[in-house]
Design a protein around this ligand. Structure first.
Ligand code: DX5
Ligand code: ZN
Length: 222
């Protein structure tokens, strides 16, 4: 099955936003990746609820919300989550991971658990029944333009193997951070299905180049 694209909107610019979204709709980009950052869980601020509200006015492309926020379980109702969305909470962002996943269920969205590069794969074992996917951070989260943490490639292999061993092959594996065309090809072969496309691929160059970048990424993910 071909991999899906989640365009990292923190890499886009507001000036070209309408043109960018028109190209994404024409090229069937499956998700818009929204890096929501609170300045506490990660040392950066990011796309907020006003941006999300405005984006919903401009396009119906579903959102893939990457919540890089501390204690997200108390904040879900502020965000404007829809059933068509993917919402990733970070394992490292709350002491009550399973409760947070429970609190997310009434929104009807797909529930993903995001794990940072140094977080061991075994943390996934106890939440398999409560998640639809895993967002594997290939960089330390919070900034675009970083280089992949080399150990995360082997880690991706371990995650896919764990899902197979625990008979949860239906859980989607998303990969996020420095997804170059080359890294996308490697991760697709390992079994990743959802690819966060940022400054490393889709957003390279000007908006006039985005369509060709998508076409090139589609070839890699086919
Ligand atoms: C990293 C972010 C990613 C990142 C992807 O914290 O979650 O969305 O911006 O873009 P590049 O390709 O620049 O890593
Ligand atoms: Zn992200």
């Amino acid at each position: 099955m071909s991999g899906k694209i989640s365009a990292s909107m923190m890499c886009s610019n507001l000036v070209d936003l309408k043109e960018t979204l028109r190209i994404f709709e024409e090229e069937g980009v499956e998700y818009l990746h929204i890096d929501m950052m609170d300045g506490t869980f990660v040392p950066n601020f990011g796309l907020g609820v006003d941006y999300i509200r405005g984006l919903r006015e401009l396009t119906s492309i579903p959102l893939d919300m990457h919540l890089m926020i501390k204690d997200p379980e108390y904040k879900f109702q502020w965000i404007g989550i829809k059933e068509t969305d993917v919402v990733s909470i970070h394992y490292e962002s709350t002491f009550q991971v399973q409760r947070a996943l429970d609190y997310l269920q009434p929104f009807g969205c797909k529930r993903f658990l995001a794990i940072n590069p140094a977080t061991p794969v075994y943390v996934l074992e106890e939440v398999m029944d409560y998640i639809d996917g895993i967002n594997l951070l290939m960089v330390n989260p919070g900034f675009a333009g970083q280089k992949i943490v080399p150990s995360t490639l082997k880690k991706a292999e371990k995650v896919i193997q764990l899902l197979y061993d625990m008979h949860h092959e239906n859980i989607t594996v998303e990969v996020d951070g420095n997804i170059t065309y080359e890294n996308a090809a490697i991760l697709k072969n390992l079994g990743a299905e959802l690819f966060v496309a940022g400054s490393s691929s889709l957003f390279k160059g000007k908006v006039s180049q985005y369509r060709n970048n998508i076409i090139r990424l589609r070839e890699v993910l086919s």
